[in-house]
Design a protein around this ligand. Structure first.
Ligand code: FA5
Length: 513
């Protein structure tokens, strides 16, 4: 305890010490007393008190006192009577008044009549029937009686300096008046009082001296040798400080950059495609038959503008058509239907990044090692793992001797570098054989979630493109990786711009602020 107290004392600011000393000699000292006695200004006293309170050395008690007085119109009512009283005075003579004559008869402002009628009813002094105001028996009684709010008006008029407390007989009237606008003035006065806590008492018992201390070493101190004689106040390195949130990349951007770096380090080069693509590259070049379910309007966004896209050169189109129809020289019998150029010309928002792989194969000679990151679009309904617009990373390796083993090895290596352990499951894609899907286990959902599709391109894909070497390819979802990396249960969170979540996310993978 004593060591603790010594440390606390050594870290006290001179103002804190002065305040404590004042409380020692006068436990009831107000901030003003302390300011007067020590020569500190009130702001410094309050800031020292706040700091002592934060260290549980003293307690700061705040009291707000309200003083009520009459506003200008309040005073007018006190002198001339409330508008409902003026009407009542006339009603006592006449028993009833026509609504339209009310202001003139009672000598009140037209704007006041609405409020006055409201109070006449509330006080049960009058009732209104078909535009006529009639006095009640209860109202008649008040000819000689003063209502509770009128008593308070009177009281406030004779206490022009203001009233802090109302006696019991005035409380109801006061409440009634607070319900009316522009009658009462309220002045709030805040006062503070301090109380020594056990820690504060222990500090004073231990005792300390008040000496000017240096908090900073200045150029002058060093130049004139003053630094040798100065006493320095130690820093409290445990003191709380406000959390600063640094500007940073969006979590999706962080993971995309990381993915790019991993593939570049694995010797892949980067290619890019366009969001708007022909159905030819998005589907036909991938041996996806023209009546394939994925090509349906309910799965794919077809564009009006541009309505169609150009097809590549005739030889490729012809070979693709033949392969779809009969299998051409690929060893397959194709899909056995009439292939349509018009369908292939349709423009679509690309549904995956795999069209980039086929285009890349057509435009490059093996050996090829290419990756591409980009947005893809599907007519999906939102749910915790589906978005209509998301990112994929596509990968393609083509060379003599490339095998399915290389595909599994590449994917394993990629996910390992990202910090994920995945499993492979056999799958089907019209353009690959063998095919696989990678999955990861989601603890919260107690289920496996699919991360990406992959496979060896079929001859029906490669041959028309003029490729005779084997090729592996994969298309992996990026948002799903981000979900797991950032422990997000719902994929939509990534696009919500939830500022609290974004601020508190690690700036760099795994490094909390
Ligand atoms: C494809 O897109 C294939 N082109 C992958 C491929 C490439 C197979 C090359 C073979 C060779 P799939 O439709 O399964 O496959 O999508 C791949 C991944 O994208 C999914 O595993 C998932 O991680 C992600 N994904 C798919 N749909 C959505 C969606 N609506 N929202 C978010 N992520 C999605």
């Amino acid at each position: 305890m004593s060591e603790d107290i010594k440390k606390t004392i050594s870290e006290l600011h001179i103002y804190e010490k002065k305040l404590l000393k004042e409380l020692e000699s006068n436990p009831k000292a107000t901030p003003e007393d302390i300011a007067n006695n020590t020569g500190m200004d009130i702001k410094s006293v309050m800031s020292a008190a706040g700091s002592l309170a934060a260290k549980s050395i003293i307690e700061v008690d705040k009291k707000v006192e309200e003083t009520y007085s009459l506003t200008e119109s309040g005073l007018k009512y006190a002198e001339e009577g409330l508008p409902e009283r003026k009407i009542l005075d006339v009603l006592i003579d006449k028993n009833q008044i026509n609504m339209k004559d009310l202001a003139d008869e009672a000598g009140i402002d037209k704007q006041e009549t609405g409020i006055a009628i409201g109070w006449l009813r509330r006080k049960n002094w009058a009732q209104i029937d078909k535009g006529v105001v009639n006095i009640t028996d209860f109202g008649k009684d008040f000819a000689s009686k003063i209502d509770v709010d009128e008593k308070v008006l009177d009281y406030l008029k004779s206490n022009a300096d203001g009233v802090k407390l109302f006696t019991d007989d005035l409380v109801d009237g006061f409440k009634k008046l607070t319900g009316r606008k522009n009658i009462l003035n309220v002045e709030k006065e805040t006062s503070h009082s301090f109380k020594l806590l056990p820690k504060g008492k222990a500090i004073l018992e231990h005792g300390f001296t008040i000496k000017q201390q240096a908090t900073q070493l200045t150029h002058e101190h060093l130049k004139d040798g003053e630094w040798k004689h100065l006493e320095y106040r130690p820093y409290d390195i445990q003191a709380e400080s406000p959390i600063k949130f640094a500007g940073k990349k969006h979590p999706l951007r962080i993971i995309i950059d990381e993915i790019r770096e991993i593939f570049l380090n694995m010797g892949f080069s980067e290619d890019n495609g366009e969001f708007v693509e022909s159905a030819f590259w998005n589907f036909d070049s991938l041996f996806q038959p023209q009546d394939h379910a994925a090509r349906e309007m309910q799965d794919t966004f077809y564009l009006k503008n541009p309505l169609t896209c150009d097809l590549p050169d005739d030889a490729l189109v012809k070979l693709t058509a033949e392969t779809h129809e009969t299998g051409a020289d690929t060893g397959s019998i194709g899909w056995q239907y009439d292939w349509s150029e018009d369908i292939a010309r349709q423009s679509v928002l690309r549904t995956h990044t795999t069209g980039i792989s086929t285009k890349h194969l057509y435009e490059h000679e093996p050996p090829i090692k290419m990756f591409s990151v980009g947005r893809v679009f599907r007519r999906e309904t939102f749910d915790y793992k589906h978005l209509p617009e998301f990112h994929q990373v596509e990968g393609l390796v083509c060379d003599e001797g490339i095998s399915y083993q290389n595909l599994l090895g590449t994917l394993k290596e990629f996910y390992k570098k990202l910090g994920f352990e995945v499993r492979f499951r056999p799958a089907y894609f019209p353009y690959t054989y063998l095919s696989t899907e990678t999955e990861i286990y989601l603890e919260e959902k107690e289920s496996w979630i699919e991360l990406g599709g992959a496979g060896m391109f079929r001859p029906e894909v490669l041959k028309p493109l003029g490729i005779n070497q084997p090729a592996l390819a994969f298309g992996l979802g990026i948002e799903r990786l981000a979900m797991i990396r950032y422990d997000v249960e719902d994929i939509r969170m990534l696009y919500k711009s939830d500022i609290k979540w974004l601020r508190e996310l690690p700036t760099v993978n795994g490094v909390k602020l």
